[in-house]
Design a protein around this ligand. Structure first.
Ligand SMILES: *Cc1c(COP(=O)(O)O)cnc(C)c1O
Length: 455
């Protein structure tokens, strides 16, 4: 069959509140044209993020009732730990309330002033947690990974030559190497097994541990199965286990590939680091058998980890992202290629060449999608990155709008609706105008700043 159907039936529904264009015009004005300031009930299709927005299964909801809320030694922890170790056989598994808490604890334990932590591309919270220790966060993705137009099967790969040079020169300053799978900040691009293996070999030569930022490990494994020689016949759990066999530890946001709404963990083999990490955990998260979570959350993760590696799920997941990407490409909308696992990124700079970068073409497109069809995406461009530490403004390297697809939430007809809205916006693209920022906080302005349309 050429139609890949959603491999689930719908048992509970969440109504979508419809709005008219006139209502949306009022709502977006009241929000000062900032999509983060909208109430989510005023959004028809919410593609702001795939983080924590997954729909849980009947089995996960049933598991929630089995949650044991004992302070210490809960059986829910043991089921969670066993489910993690089944795929990621690290010695120590430390639950946290989400991914950044695992990152903060890890960096607190290993990094300090004068250190460098390389990665393919650090996710923004990882970078912030590295830098808050005084260490430097260094991105070493392959050059192909920096070119949005270029097709390459594994654009998330780390440049192992540059990694080797860094470790040869400054090995003593590098407490560990991170590798983000898939590479979120680079467009959700996968890392090949060969690259993980090579990165591990380089690390081993310099006696440096390799950690995976594994938020989208299942999507990465699926890309390996599809694209890398020798993996077509292997099962997803086997590919996942092989990926982690090359690592010494991992950080995880369960809000991504564990199909839950909150959660995360840190896992590692080193006993001393684990002891220090648990001490940190107790300060800010909780006792080591629950971390920052309730017993019921641990149950939902344990079940989510079994569901996320099912091939029918992954095939449908990738098909929906690919379907949206293909339709936009056929329409003539420029997107980051190839389409990554969790999102489609639109290149607003080439779509709207008449809007200068510092009039925020990404914001213009994001607002137009909301006004036209109630779709909420996320600007990733000069609004997010343009403001410099000294208060001046520089255009970002790219002006993107990310449409992230929540897991198991929307059906193909929702995606068809998104495509239709795009057709309308695409036809009127020459009429869209830019924005100015009228109010902004000193940091992370994209969340709260106010905009006004130009002219
Ligand atoms: C989301 C994410 C994180 C942080 O996880 P949170 O659960 O949001 O704190 C870290 N790394 C990557 C690659 C992510 O996508």
């Amino acid at each position: 069959m050429k139609t890949i159907i959603e491999p689930f039936r719908i048992k509970a529904v969440e109504p979508i509140r419809m709005t008219t264009r006139a209502q949306r015009q009022e709502l977006i004005e009241a929000a000062h044209y900032n999509l983060f300031s909208l109430k989510s009930e005023d959004v028809i299709i919410d593609l702001l993020t795939d983080s924590g927005t997954s729909a849980m299964s009947a089995a996960q909801w049933a598991g929630i009732m089995q949650g044991d809320e004992s302070y210490a030694g809960s059986p829910s922890f043991h089921r969670f730990e066993a489910a993690v170790k089944e795929l990621m056989p690290f010695k120590h598994v430390i639950p946290t309330h989400q991914g950044r808490a695992a990152e903060r604890i890890l960096m607190e334990v290993v990094a300090s002033e004068g250190h460098v932590i390389p990665s393919n591309t650090h996710f923004d919270t990882t970078r912030a947690n590295v830098e808050s220790t005084g260490a430097e966060a260094l991105d070493l993705v392959i050059s192909e990974g920096r070119d949005p137009e270029l097709e390459h099967p594994f654009k998330g790969n780390i440049d192992t030559k540059r990694l080797n040079a860094l470790l040869s020169e400054r090995g003593d300053d590098v407490p560990l190497v991170m590798l983000t799978i898939t590479n979120n900040s680079g467009g959700g691009q996968p890392v090949s097994m060969a690259n993980i293996r090579e990165a591990k070999a380089v690390c081993a030569e310099h006696d440096t541990p390799l950690f995976l930022d594994a938020c989208r490990f299942a999507e990465n494994a699926y890309f390996i199965k599809q694209r890398e020689d020798g993996y077509g016949d292997k099962s997803i759990p086997d590919i996942v286990r092989e990926m982690f066999s090359h690592a010494d530890g991992m950080t995880m946001s369960a809000k991504k590939d564990a199909l839950v709404n909150i959660g995360g963990w840190l896992a590692l083999n080193d006993d001393t680091w684990a002891m220090h990490a648990r001490n940190q955990l107790i300060l800010t998260e909780g006792f080591p058998t629950y971390g920052g979570l309730a017993g019921r959350d641990l149950e939902a993760i344990a079940i989510g980890l079994k569901e996320i590696v099912e091939e029918d799920y992954l095939e449908y997941r990738m098909a929906s992202t690919r379907y949206l990407g293909r339709a936009l490409t056929e329409m003539g909308v420029p997107i980051v290629r190839p389409v990554g696992g969790h999102a489609v990124y639109i290149d607003a700079k080439s779509l709207l060449p008449h809007i200068p970068p510092l009039e925020y073409p990404g914001q213009a497109l994001a607002v137009a999608l909301y006004l036209t069809g109630g779709i909420r995406g996320c600007e990733i461009g000069s609004v997010m990155f343009g403001r410099q530490a000294d208060g001046s403004e520089e255009p970002a390297a790219m002006e993107l709008v990310r449409l992230a697809i929540p897991r198991r939430v929307y059906t193909q007809s929702h995606v068809d609706y998104v495509i239709e809205v795009f057709e309308d916006v695409y036809d009127r693209r020459d009429e869209l105008s830019g924005y100015t920022i009228t109010e902004e906080p000193p940091q992370l302005r994209h969340f709260t700043c106010h905009f006004e349309p130009k002219g």
